[in-house]
Design a protein around this ligand. Sequence first.
Ligand SMILES: NC(=O)c1ccc[n+]([C@@H]2O[C@H](COP(=O)([O-])OP(=O)(O)OC[C@H]3O[C@@H](n4cnc5c(N)ncnc54)[C@H](O)[C@@H]3O)[C@@H](O)[C@H]2O)c1
Ligand SMILES: [Zn+2]
Length: 708
Amino acid sequence: MQEAGAGLVVDAARAEPFASVEDYRAAVGRVREAAAAYYSGPDLAMDDAVYDALLARVAATEAARPDWKADESPTEVVGAGGGVVGDVVHSAPMLSLDNVFDEDTLRRWAVRLERILGRPAGGFTVEPKIDGLAVAARYVDGRLVQVATRGDGRAGEDVTGQARRAAGLPERLAEPVTLEVRGEVFMTDADFERANAMRTGAGEPAFAHPRSAAAGTLRAQDRTYDAPLSFFAYSVHRAEPPTVAHSDAMAELERLGVATTGGSVAGTPVCATVEEVLAAVQVLSASRGTLGFGIDGAVIKADQPADRDAAGSSSRAPRWGVAYKFPADTRMTRLLGIEVQIGRTGVITPVAVLEPVQIDGVTVTSATLHNFDDLVRRNVRPGDVVFVRRAGDVIPEVTGAKLDERPADSVPFEPPVRCPRCDGEIDRTQKRWRCTRGRACGAHESLAYYAARHSMDIEGLGGKIIDLVVAAGLVTDPADLYDLDVPTVAGLDRMGEVSATKLVAGIQASKGQPLARVLTGLGVRMTGRSMSRRLARHFGTMQALLDASVEDLQQVEGVGPERAVTIAAELVELAPVIAKLAARGVNMSEPDLPPPAVAGAPAAADGSATAVPLPLRRPDGTPMTVVVTGSVPGLTRDEGNEAVERLGGKSSGSVSKRTDLVVVGDGAGSKADKAEQLGVRILPAERFATLLAAFQAGDEAGVAEALA
Ligand SMILES: NC(=O)c1ccc[n+]([C@@H]2O[C@H](COP(=O)([O-])OP(=O)(O)OC[C@H]3O[C@@H](n4cnc5c(N)ncnc54)[C@H](O)[C@@H]3O)[C@@H](O)[C@H]2O)c1
Ligand SMILES: [Zn+2]
């Protein structure tokens, strides 16, 4: 038997069965309630990840204790039994699909299909699994006469009135044919925005996310507004059995004027082998964030009618097709607060601070709320349970709130009245609010940060002078600094010729600073000094860094998916300033590190060749934690820390039991004492300088001696 629940059973292998029959029954009850809510309208009981996990545990329990199994278990019926049964009886059952969650299981599915057929299948289609609601649409003589939901798979509800408005489901076909089209009614991301604007305009609560918006709209009885809907077909049924391949039938449907999954931006490749299918699934998964509509997986189907006939279906799902589910991209979590962020150009945006939530393996702690209009329109409040979507490499967004769980004492967020950074006026004429001072709003802070000792280290460029040049309109970004000349600066209030000359010379001298400092100075969000150094060393040049993909960025130690996305977005935003800096002759590369490789020497983790193994590594290869205190001959404090990292260590500011080494130089204070108390190894600063010199010269014996 178990062909029907195959997908569930496979996933169940990873799920934990319930310990008691009571717990099992309670879970079945919760699944049924959730499915009923899911298929009947805009409200959700739980997010898909939680639902899928619960259902997997139900299936695991049934596998372990078949004697406990509930009648009509949600694992065995279409839509877990949650569909609303209507009075439109389907011409043929509308089934569910079995699920697979990884490549191996898909391969096993294909092997099983081949065994049933007694030969390899004659090709597969790979379609996007649209995250909407299934409907069947009947055309008689080319006219749309009836649209029904899936219901329990046997009979569904009549939704003709609302479905007629779905883009892609035309009133009339190009030819007067009689057929039934099946497909998914959904909302594109853009439709979702428009729908919520209409809804809140009509005084109704906003939808929480696109799928519930589509479900709510399709089943709305009396509509005071016409929220947009879309449709993609994924199958066609005619009176006579099919003779052409599924892919050809769909192309024909497209020609008749119906939108299909194959005609969408996602496309529907036809694949000869399972390996080709897997490659197509990969491509689809990678494009997930950029399609403009939500998908929750890929649907793989045997393309040939003969294969479909031979494979047949169980009562719940066909054997000739399967859904390759992608990890859920939408989760529910608590909105802890709303922060106001002011960008470099003065754009003011609300940012959601979230209770950490795992989305597709990434811990998400903050998300964009787009703009203040949206915040009002989506009716999201601090304290709400919200829906957070993270699709592909895009910055996570809050799509809406779960209104039935809103705390009684919640209050709407008060948008700022004046710019929170400079107290200036806010321009609210555009969707994206801006500080009227634009780039100048944050200029003081960003210039001070750029000039600071740990960044570009520009002597003489302190807060007062920054105020002067910003107020005079001479400088709004760091690149403008390099255009300052002595006569202009000398003409400023309280500036003499001498100090002007010194300042301009200091600014010009900073052009030679290494890339790591340029990066630090630019203040890329989610990077600090040591991360900037790691990025600079890994990529070597600014161009290589700008060209890096989000995946490339994750090759750098300490850069996870959330940080990589932010860094990539920041670099795009900074690109104009970076180009301006480069045009003014600011160095955009990291000086060569350790000397060229000697045969047989290991390559450094960052890809640069080293002659000598990194000395500040523990036996297991992880970096030693090193504190530099007091002065190291020939090095500034920052350079001392840079040197630690070059030598493979991790520099830290405070001494603890976990510190591996403390470098003690002249002027060292309490840190040296503490190191002694804790018994942490101490290296005199001169020895450290010798170590660095030996390392840079590729002198392995010298390195060993310095550390001895
Ligand atoms: N959050 C909740 O409370 C809750 C409750 C119930 C279901 N769900 C979600 O719904 C999923 C299961 O329900 P379901 O109705 O999507 O799936 P299903 O397992 O019944 O799969 C079949 C459905 O996939 C859809 N589909 C989309 N694109 C398709 C394509 N190209 N070809 C064929 N079919 C296509 C159709 O609607 C079809 O009816 C679960 O995985 C779960 O994540 C969530
Ligand atoms: Zn401002």
